[in-house]
Design a protein. Structure first.
Length: 243
């Protein structure tokens, strides 16, 4: 059985390689979902923002540079050490905090909570989403991006020319843990989309925007070999409002 500490330990081990190989501001995949994240966030100038699961802090820094007052949290000491070294800013503080435990912030403290590519990396989401609702002002917004739960763990099927055409979907509704090995071993917690929606509903927030972003034409012009991302979305970006 996998425990929440397993996920953190794996990210501690792969942190340096992940950050060296996955320069988020230049990464093809991150540019797809971050375009939607930034659109749904709108202007962040002067806003108090919690960046949950901040990793190496690249997006925390972007928010701070736009005038936000940012508190960035992650459970991995290795990731936070990189963040403090590479992505420091006067408007930005980093804290070690486990997203599967109660957050140590006052009620209604933040204008915005953002979580990029982190919720599928933690074994439990219900408490975290409840805590998001608690620490958000009323009204406040919660924007999160995840790999698309319907398609992420399925392999592409190719035609005779090796062109990626479609994916076969099996056992979508079964929650499970998968070991990934992009930068070294990490854990991916698959849960159907309905699990995320139910947690948001129980936390008394409502979804007011739902996106399945695809690359821009300009991005495909730079990476024409990635054209198949138009066929099936790789990511979801969701905005919920505290009420």
């Amino acid at each position: 059985m996998f425990m929440r500490t397993d996920s953190i330990n794996h990210w501690d081990i792969v942190a340096e390689k992940y950050c060296a190989e996955n320069r988020q501001e230049k990464n093809f995949h991150s540019q797809i979902y971050l375009a939607a994240v930034n659109e749904l966030l709108g202007s962040v100038n002067g806003k108090r923002i919690l960046d949950a699961g901040c990793g190496d802090g690249f997006f925390s820094l972007e928010l701070a540079q736009k005038g936000a007052l940012v508190t960035a949290i992650d459970g991995s000491d290795a990731m936070l050490n990189i963040a403090k070294r590479k992505h420091a800013h006067d408007n930005l503080q980093y804290l070690n905090m486990d997203l599967t435990k109660k957050l140590t912030f006052e009620d209604k403290f933040f204008d915005i909570v953002v979580a990029n590519m982190s919720l599928m990396d933690i074994p439990e989401i219900e408490l975290f989403i409840f805590e998001v609702s608690r620490v958000l002002k009323k009204p406040g917004i919660f924007v999160f991006s995840i790999t698309h739960p319907c398609f992420f763990l399925s392999d592409w099927e190719e035609d005779e020319n090796k062109t990626k055409m479609y994916k076969k979907i099996e056992n979508y509704l079964d929650e499970r843990v998968e070991e990934l090995n992009f930068w070294g071993k990490t854990l991916h917690y698959h849960r159907p989309l309905s699990k995320y929606m139910a947690a948001i509903e129980r936390a008394k927030m409502c979804v007011n925007s739902f996106r399945e972003p695809v690359p821009s034409k300009e991005l495909i012009d730079l990476y024409p070999e990635q054209e198949y991302h138009y066929r099936i979305p790789s990511f979801l970006v969701i905005r919920a409002k505290s009420i």
